[in-house]
Design a binder for this molecule. Structure first.
Ligand SMILES: [Zn+2]
Length: 47
């Protein structure tokens, strides 16, 4: 089963998932990112 990247919306065989929490710390949803977008996302976290 192929996943679809949440960010660029391309199908991706190799994906990274991470959980998004709302302001109350409640698990909101699981996001799927391809390797490229995941790398960008990690960079954005560093500032
Ligand atoms: Zn992507």
């Amino acid at each position: 089963m192929a996943y679809q990247c949440f960010h660029c919306e391309k199908p991706a065989d190799s994906v990274h998932t991470f959980t998004v929490y709302d302001e109350n710390g409640v698990e909101e949803r699981l996001e799927v990112l391809c390797s490229e977008c995941y790398a960008e996302w990690l960079e954005s976290l560093k500032g």
